[in-house]
Design a protein around this ligand. Structure first.
Ligand code: GLC
Length: 797
C-alpha cells in the first residue's frame, strides 16, 4: 500500500493489492482489492500496452491512432511470481508488477532497468466533468533525455519542459509557445544510452512533465479517458521510432512531384497571376512542381466552389498549368458557410452531418466565410460524404492535391479559438464531447479528404496536407507547421520542428519557407531555402499582406542562390525518394537528429541544429544573420565536405565556413548518393543515366536506391527497382556490389559512377569479372560508365 498522505489529501486514488490475475493469450488482467484493473498486452516482444480501468471497468477499446493493419506478434510470454512481484518476461523485456501497488519496473532482458513507475498510475475522480483525471508518474534519472511530441517549438531535448497537447490555431506562435497545432502524445526517453518510447494514446488534453516540477520525475496525465499507454523498447532510438510507426501506421508513397519544390501564397488570383507566377519559374529556370490556391479561389470562401470572376474556367487553367509541369493544389477548410443556397451546406444539413451542441443546436462559429457549421468528421458516414465532394475538384477539374487548414478546429472571435467543450461527436460510434474529439478532428478531416482525393485522382497518387494532426495522421496526410513568422528565431524553430516531427512518425512535413507572417529579408529567405530544401515537404508560403515571397522577390543574388539550392534538391530526388521509401516501409524518419543518429555519443544529446538528411548527408543550417560560417558538431566518423570533398574526422566541434551561397553539408564516407539531372519539374526529362556519387571509405558500407514509375500503384505489384549497393574500400582497391530487386525497368541503361576521394590511381577495372577498357574512363572527372545491371565492379590501384 502506498502511503502518500499529501497526494491522497489532494484526492488522488491509487491501486492497492492485487487480488486476481487472469491471462487471455497475449493479455494479462490484474485486479486490485479496490477494483482497479491493469490490462497488460504484449503486442510485440518490445511493445507492451498498459491500460488501467477504475471501478472494475475498462472502456470500449477504440483508437484512431492505432493502425488497423498493425500486425501484432510476439514469440514469448511467461508469467511468474515471487513474494513481491508478478514477473512478465518477453523475448526482449522483463516487466515486474508490484503485488501491493501495481507499480511497474521495466528491464531489458539483461536486467538493466529501463523505466520504472514513481507513484505509477493514480487518478482523481472528476465530479465537475465526470470520469477521471488519469495520471502516471515515472522515475527519471540524471542525464535522462527526452525527445518527440510532434510540433512543439521547443528545444529538441524536452528535459525540464512541461507541455500539453490541445490542437490550437497559433498564428505567429513563438519559441516555447504551447500548445500549437498538432497532438502527438509520444516521447522517446534515453537513459544510459538506451532508448525507450511512451505513447499515451489518450485524445483528451494530455499533459507531459519532463523533470520540470520534480527533478527526478516524469509524468503524464489527462482530464478524461483512460490511462492507456504503450511502452516501446529500443534500445536503439531507431527501433523505438520504428515500433511507434508500426503501431500508428506509415504512409503510402506520394507521387514524386510532391517532393519537388512547391510555391504558395495567400493568395494567388486571378488566373493571370497564377499563370504569371508559373511562367516566371520557367523563364528564370527555377524548378517547381506545385502551385497552390488559397481561400480566394472560392466563391465567398465556400469550399468546393470557384470564384468565376477570378477563375472563369478552372479546368482549362489546371490543364494548362499541368502542360507546363505545374500541379494545382487547393485549400479546403472545415467551416461550411451557412447559406441556404449553397449546395454543400444544404446537403450536410439535410443529411444531419454537422456537429451539434450538447443541447441540440448546431455548432456555429465564425471562420473566413462568416458564420459556419462544421461537419463531424468523426462520423464515418460524414467522411464518406466528404470524400465524395472531391469528385468535381479532383476528378473533373484535375486538381492534384488538397490542403486542409483551420482543422484544429479553429473558430474566430471566441475564447479558446475552438468549439466549446460540450459539442457532441460521433467518434465512430462512441459518442463523446469535444473534450475527447477535439484533438482528432483535424486528422479525421484529413482522412476523409485523403479518401476523396485518392479516389478521384486514381490511378495517380494523392497529396493531402494538414495543419492539425493527431498520432496516426501520417497514414493519410503530409503536414506543414502552420503560421510561422519571418524571423531568425523562426528559422531555428523550423529546423527543430521538422526534426521533431520526423521523430514523431510524421516525416512528410515542412514549414512555410521564408515565414508566413511578416516579410523576410533576402538573406533570411536564402538561409531558409537552404534549410527548406532538406525538408521532406518543401513549400514557400506567405500571408501576402507583407509583400511578395517568390524566389525573385528580392534581388538577383537571392534568386540565383535559391535556384542553386532548389536545383540541388532536384538532383537529389532519387535520394529523397529512397528516404521516403524507407519511411513508408519501415517508418525510418527522413531526417535524423544527431541523437538519433548516434545516441551512444553523449555530445549529441543536447544538439539541435545539425541533422542527417536521409542516412548519409549531415546538414547544419546557418541560423544567424551576417554569418560567414558557424561552429557545429560533426558526428563521429569520417565525413566529406560536400563543397570541397575534403575529408574530416567527426566526433568534435568545429568551425565551418559557409558564405551566403553555401551551408555546412557533409557526406558520410562510404556513401553512394544517387542523382538525377536538374529538371524544371518531375518528369520533364527522360532520365538517361543514374549518376552515383561514390564517396570512398576504407570500410564496408551499404546503401540503396529506390525507384519506380514516380506515380500510380504499380509499385505495389512489384514494379519497382530497388538497387542495394555494398561498397568495400581498401587502401588499394574498391569494390561495389549491386543487387537489384523489383521488376520495374528504369528508363536509363547506364549508371555513371562519380568516384570521390579514391586514395589510389586506378590501374585496372573489372566489371562482372570482365576487364574494362580504361580508355572509357573519364580520367579528369573519374566518371565510370557501367551498364545499369552490373553485379560487381572492382577497381584496383
Ligand atoms: C491560415 C493558414 C494559412 C493560410 C490562411 C488563409 O492562416 O495557416 O496557411 O494561408 O489561413 O487560408
Amino acid at each position: 500500500m502506498i502511503i502518500n498522505t499529501e497526494l491522497e489529501q489532494k484526492g488522488n486514488q491509487f491501486p492497492n493489492a492485487v487480488v486476481n490475475v487472469r491471462q487471455e493469450v497475449d493479455t494479462l488482467y490484474f485486479t486490485t482489492e479496490n477494483n482497479i484493473i491493469l490490462e497488460l498486452t504484449v503486442l510485440r516482444d518490445s511493445v507492451i500496452r498498459f491500460r488501467y480501468g477504475t471501478r472494475g471497468i475498462l472502456e470500449d477499446d477504440f483508437s484512431y491512432a492505432i493502425d488497423p493493419e498493425n500486425h501484432i506478434g510476439y514469440n514469448y510470454l511467461e508469467l511468474t511470481e515471487n513474494k513481491n512481484f508478478y514477473i512478465i518476461t518477453t523475448a526482449k523485456l522483463i516487466i515486474k508488477i508490484e503485488k501491493i501497488s501495481l507499480q511497474t519496473k521495466i528491464l531489458d532482458i539483461e536486467g538493466n532497468l529501463i523505466n520504472e513507475d514513481e507513484i505509477g498510475f493514480h487518478y482523481e475522480e472528476s465530479f465537475p466533468l465526470g470520469g477521471n483525471i488519469v495520471k502516471m508518474s515515472k522515475r527519471s534519472h540524471p542525464g535522462e533525455a527526452f525527445y518527440g511530441l510532434g510540433d512543439k517549438p521547443v528545444h529538441l531535448n524536452l528535459r525540464g519542459k512541461k507541455v500539453s497537447n490541445w490542437a490550437t490555431d497559433s498564428y505567429a506562435f513563438g519559441k516555447d509557445t504551447d500548445p500549437i497545432y498538432k497532438t502527438v502524445p509520444f516521447y522517446i526517453g534515453l537513459k544510459d544510452k538506451r532508448a525507450y518510447g511512451i505513447f499515451f494514446d489518450n485524445t483528451f488534453k494530455s499533459n507531459f512533465d519532463f523533470c520540470h516540477e520534480r527533478l527526478d520525475v516524469t509524468s503524464f496525465w489527462a482530464p478524461g479517458g483512460e490511462m492507456n499507454y504503450y511502452f516501446l523498447y529500443g534500445p536503439g532510438m531507431n527501433e523505438v521510432v520504428e515500433n511507434y510507426t508500426h503501431l500508428t501506421g506509415k504512409p503510402e508513397l506520394p507521387p514524386l512531384w510532391t517532393l519537388g519544390f512547391q510555391q504558395c501564397k495567400w493568395s494567388y488570383y486571378p488566373e493571370s497571376t497564377v499563370k504569371g507566377i508559373a511562367r516566371k519559374f520557367r523563364d528564370l529556370k527555377i524548378p517547381c512542381d506545385g502551385i497552390y490556391l488559397d481561400i480566394d479561389y472560392m466563391e465567398g470562401f465556400r469550399c468546393f466552389t470557384w470564384n468565376k470572376e477570378y477563375f472563369p474556367d478552372p479546368k482549362r487553367m489546371v490543364q494548362e498549368l499541368l502542360d507546363d509541369g505545374f500541379k494545382t493544389i487547393v485549400i479546403i477548410d472545415p467551416g461550411i458557410k451557412i447559406d441556404p443556397d449553397y449546395w454543400v451546406y444544404k446537403e450536410a444539413l439535410e443529411k444531419d452531418y454537422f456537429c451539434k451542441r450538447a443541447d441540440g443546436p448546431y455548432m456555429i462559429g465564425k471562420v473566413w466565410p462568416g458564420e459556419c457549421a462544421f461537419p463531424d468528421y468523426t462520423n464515418p458516414e460524414v467522411r464518406e460524404w466528404w470524400a465524395g465532394l472531391f469528385k468535381e475538384l479532383v476528378g473533373e477539374i484535375g486538381v492534384r492535391g488538397v490542403w486542409n487548414d483551420m482543422n484544429e478546429p479553429a473558430v474566430m472571435e471566441v475564447p479558446g479559438k475552438t468549439f466549446p467543450d460540450d459539442v457532441r461527436h460521433d467518434y465512430d460510434g462512441h459518442p463523446c464531447s469535444h473534450r475527447k474529439a477535439h484533438n482528432v478532428y483535424g486528422t479525421q478531416m484529413a482522412r476523409a479528404t485523403y479518401e476523396g482525393v485518392k479516389k478521384f485522382v486514381y490511378p495517380k497518387r494523392p497529396l493531402v496536407i494538414t495543419r492539425s494532426a493527431y498520432s496516426g495522421a501520417q497514414r493519410y496526410t503530409s503536414s506543414w507547421t502552420g503560421d510561422n513568422v519571418a524571423t531568425w528565431e523562426h528559422l531555428w524553430i523550423a529546423n527543430n520542428q521538422v526534426q521533431r516531427m520526423c521523430l514523431s512518425g510524421m516525416s512528410f512535413t515542412g514549414t512555410d519557407i521564408g515565414g508566413f507572417a511578416e516579410q523576410p529579408t533576402g538573406e533570411l529567405f536564402v538561409r531558409w531555402i537552404q534549410l527548406g530544401v532538406f525538408h521532406p515537404f518543401c513549400r514557400v508560403h506567405s500571408s501576402g499582406h507583407h509583400g511578395d515571397q517568390e524566389p525573385w522577390s528580392f534581388d538577383d543574388e537571392v534568386t540565383n542562390i535559391t535556384r542553386k539550392f532548389i536545383e540541388m534538391r532536384y538532383t537529389l530526388l532519387p535520394y529523397l525518394y529512397t528516404m521516403f521509401y524507407e519511411y513508408a516501409t519501415d517508418g525510418v524518419p527522413m531526417l535524423k537528429p544527431l541523437v538519433y543518429y548516434d545516441q551512444a555519443d553523449v555530445h549529441t544529446h543536447y544538439r539541435t541544429d545539425e541533422f542527417i538528411f536521409g542516412n548519409n548527408i549531415l546538414v547544419c543550417p546557418i541560423l544567424e544573420p551576417n554569418s560567414k560560417g558557424r561552429r557545429m558538431y560533426l558526428a563521429r566518423g569520417n565525413w566529406y565536405d560536400y563543397w570541397t570533398n575534403e575529408v574530416l574526422e567527426g566526433g568534435r566541434e568545429l568551425w565551418v565556413d559557409a558564405d551566403f551561397d553555401t551551408i555546412p553539408m557533409f557526406v558520410k564516407a562510404g556513401s553512394i548518393i544517387p542523382r538525377y539531372p536538374v529538371q524544371q519539374f518531375v518528369g520533364e526529362k527522360v532520365i538517361e543515366e543514374l549518376k552515383l556519387d561514390v564517396y570512398f571509405a576504407e570500410e564496408t558500407i551499404k546503401s540503396q536506391v529506390y525507384e519506380d514509375a514516380n506515380d500510380g500503384y504499380d509499385y505495389k505489384k512489384g514494379r519497382y527497382s530497388l538497387r542495394s549497393f555494398k561498397l568495400t574500400g581498401k587502401r588499394n582497391d574498391l569494390t561495389i556490389q549491386q543487387h537489384k530487386s523489383g521488376t520495374y525497368e528504369t528508363e536509363y541503361d547506364i549508371i555513371k559512377l562519380n568516384l570521390i576521394g579514391l586514395p589510389f590511381v586506378i590501374t585496372s577495372i573489372k566489371v562482372d569479372n570482365v576487364t574494362y577498357d580504361l580508355n572509357n574512363l573519364d580520367k579528369k572527372d573519374k566518371y565510370l560508365k557501367l551498364p545499369k545491371g552490373f553485379s560487381v565492379v572492382h577497381l584496383i590501384g
